[in-house]
Design a protein around this ligand. Structure first.
Ligand code: SAH
Ligand code: SF4
Length: 443
């Protein structure tokens, strides 16, 4: 979502004459967009700010945006006196006004320092200009915030209350993105499947989006198991544009820990959802998030997580050591797990997940899969994209010209090699760019 937000900040500043640059010393304004989900991400902000201060030209303004700005705005202003602007994730549509208030024409030191961490009554989406496309595969935020208050999580405090964008606004943005060249849209939300901007929820929205001409692929992330209703599961079997891949975090396989986390479901309910999804879409690839070492997690709780992973067999997953977040209920629990225990459990869990991921990737060797080419490779004759199952696929073309020709196209690729995090393959027909294959082969 921060990638999407950063793009929208660029959109909102474009009419003011700002263009993006990758070079800090070339910038009039540097915006550091930040994440507060784990301590490591939050701490990085201060070291990164120091680096920007050293690299920037005299007079360059620095703004800090995102969830660290929201949660620690005053502390940022205190610890980094050279920061000009602090802006939270729900008020960045006001950036032009904040920049004007900071008075950029003044020298650093005589400028005003501005902080805006409101949760405004108005929705920022009503004030943002049309989204510019970033390529063949793009993000679109449809839902933000969270009312679920899992014991470990800061999101409800930093992103605010759950909010869904109206279906018409989402369809309009999607049509603009497709008209500008996007073939794949990933719908975003902290609780994307709690979307209620359409009477039929996320399922209704997906059916409507699938009707847009030229939109080949749809994905959505991140979902909560409690909002995975029958209609949404059914859509996975009905809508060919909806890719056979779902990121559905469970966090832990232990009912006791799930209760401590306030997830409000057990492992059996989750497994039932997985069964129903596989009935609707037999080749669906699954992903999850796991937290090891949540307060109260015993060896037996951890083994329950390992057992669940063995039952599901994930195509990929993200896993983290529990990180204590200020103000969350879990941070006050008295049975915190020692660091070394967390490290050992994370290593064991990641070992198992890596094995499953490699096995999943190896299952694709010899198979032809449709790949949407969305990135350049390291060499001019290389292009990369994703399979329907979210695997990164790299292809070496005859020359740079051929690579250019296929950029943004969906082409059948015969998989020749499998690695832990990617696949290698060759174009199936080698010569034509016409094929848009929608029915994926089973990996
Ligand atoms: N809404 C999504 C998750 C959003 S946060 C859900 O409910 O699944 C993304 C991921 O960060 C979470 O799934 C969780 O695995 C991880 N995470 C959140 N808070 C954390 C914490 N305090 N320590 C470690 N990992 C955390
Ligand atoms: Fe955080 Fe997700 Fe729980 Fe909301 S549902 S509190 S975003 S982990």
């Amino acid at each position: 979502m921060n990638v999407y937000d950063s793009g929208r900040m660029a959109d909102v500043l474009a009419p003011e004459g700002y263009v993006s640059t990758d070079a800090v010393d070339d910038a009039d304004l540097v915006i550091l967009n930040t994440c507060h989900i784990r301590e490591k991400a939050a701490e990085k902000v201060y070291s990164e700010l120091g680096r920007i201060r050293d690299a920037k030209a005299d007079g360059t303004m620095i703004a800090v945006a995102g969830c660290v700005a929201q949660a620690e705005g005053d502390e940022i202003m205190r610890r980094a006196p050279y920061v000009d602007i602090v802006v939270g994730p729900q008020s960045y549509h006001r950036l032009p006004k904040l920049i004007a208030e900071a008075n950029p024409t003044q020298k650093a030191g005589s400028r005003s320092r501005v902080i805006d961490t409101d949760f405004p009554a108005e929705s920022k989406f009503d004030f943002l200009p049309a989204a510019e496309t970033q390529g063949p595969s793009v993000f679109l935020t449809i839902q933000e915030g969270c009312d679920k208050f899992c014991a470990f999580c800061v999101v409800p405090y930093t992103r605010g209350a759950e909010f869904s964008r109206p279906v018409e606004a989402v369809l309009k943005e999607a049509r603009q993105l497709v008209a500008a060249g996007a073939a794949e849209i990933t719908l975003l939300g902290q609780n994307v499947n709690a979307y209620h901007g359409d009477d039929d929820g996320l399922a209704g929205l997906i059916r409507k989006l699938a009707d847009i001409d030229g939109l080949e692929r749809l994905r959505y992330t991140t979902s909560h198991p409690r909002d995975m209703n029958q209609d949404l599961i059914a859509v996975h079997g009905e809508v060919p544009e909806l890719m056979p891949y779902l990121h559905l975090p469970i966090q832990s396989g232990s009912d006791a820990i799930l209760a401590r986390m306030n997830r409000k479901h057990g492992a059996a309910e989750y497994l039932k959802i997985i069964d129903a999804l596989r009935l609707a879409r037999p080749d669906i690839a699954l992903s999850s998030d796991f937290i090891v070492g949540h307060p109260g997690e015993t060896d037996a709780d951890f083994e329950a997580t390992m057992a669940l992973i063995k039952t599901v067999e994930y195509a990929q997953a993200y896993s983290f050591k529990y990180s204590k977040r200020p103000g969350t209920p879990a941070s006050d629990m008295d049975d915190q797990v020692p660091e070394q225990v967390m490290s050992d459990r994370l290593a064991a869990l990641q070992g198992l997940l890596n094995e499953q991921q490699l096995a999943f990737n190896e299952g694709a060797v010899g198979v032809s899969v449709p790949v949407l080419f969305e990135r350049r490779g390291k060499l001019a004759n290389q292009i990369a994209g994703r399979s329907p199952y979210m695997q990164s696929v790299h292809v070496t073309c005859r020359d740079a010209e051929e690579a250019d020709q296929y950029f943004g196209q969906t082409m059948p690729v015969r998989i020749t090699g499998a690695f832990a995090n990617s696949l290698a393959g060759t174009l199936d027909d080698g010569t034509t760019a016409e094929t848009t294959q929608r029915e994926p082969a089973r990996a």
